[in-house]
Write a protein that binds this ligand. Structure first.
Ligand code: TMP
Ligand code: ASP
Length: 237
């Protein structure tokens, strides 16, 4: 059955979510808008939405072949994808393999310092508060997830890290860190939602250590979409 977007349910900084005629499906539309520092810095980057749509769908399908449940159903157009409807946790799950970004800043670490084991962080998804870093006790106190759900989120995120890190390493990309969002489907199963793209991951070229992700926008390094295109070529070849 052909599905068309019905009703705009939600518009975020980089995506729109529409309901469809199928109550169990949504359509996600990737925008060319880029923001950083909780929306303080803004730009429109022509072609970013289509690249993120393609990259995220490709990586989600790869993870599905490896037994990870994701919301991906079908790429409908260059910027639109049909996904499974999920009830999202108000949590961001971040996994880090090398020091970078907010963790490097907070703890005074040199960017690129490798960790012996991946570092997992939870953030409270709340724009008004700037998505603050929280610990598992905070997540429980705020009733963001049950104890067993936090354990599942942790296990899924670490498994996804192992799979993606190995896949990307073969493609000449270092997976520095990334952010995941999960939700529950109609059966109560915990499923990976949102996106996996250069907007939500740090990717470095394994040879040159050149940044190939949204840090190019955050740090005014230029050639943002060119870098996303390089990621698409490397990931899909
Ligand atoms: P951070 O170092 O700024 O905390 O970012 C950690 C990872 O999370 C990095 O790969 C980028 C991603 N991220 C998002 O996807 N959305 C956000 O709003 C932020 C701040 C980071
Ligand atoms: N996505 C966040 C924002 O819009 C922050 C970031 O990715 O750096 O502001």
């Amino acid at each position: 059955m052909l599905e068309t977007p019905c009703h705009l349910l939600y518009e975020g900084k980089a995506k729109k979510v529409y309901t469809t005629t199928n109550p169990e499906h949504y359509i996600v539309e990737y925008k060319d808008d880029a923001t950083a520092f909780n929306g303080v810095k803004k730009a429109t980057l022509q072609g970013k939405g289509a690249l993120n749509n393609r990259i995220s769908n490709y990586l989600m399908q790869y993870l599905q072949t490896r037994g990870i449940c994701t919301h991906f159903l079908q790429e409908l157009s260059p910027t639109q994808t049909r996904v499974k409807k999920l009830t999202m946790f108000a949590l961001e799950v971040i996994v880090r393999n090398l020091a970078a970004g907010s963790m490097a800043k907070r703890l005074g670490l040199q960017e690129g310092m490798p960790f012996k084991a991946p570092v997992l962080e939870f953030c409270y998804k709340n724009d008004a508060l700037g998505d603050p870093l929280i610990n598992e006790d905070h997540a429980l106190a705020l009733k963001l997830a049950a104890p067993s759900e936090l354990q599942t989120l942790r296990a899924h995120a670490l498994q996804i890290n192992t799979l993606l890190q190995a896949y990307l390493q073969e493609k000449g990309i270092i997976l520095v860190d990334f952010k995941l969002e999960f939700g529950k489907d109609a059966q109560g199963q915990i499923v990976l939602g949102d996106e996996i793209s250069p907007d939500t991951c740090r990717f470095w070229d394994a040879q040159t250590r050149q940044k190939l992700d949204k840090d190019r926008f955050r740090e005014d390094l230029g050639d943002v979409c060119q870098a996303y295109e390089v990621i698409w070529q490397k990931v899909s070849n």
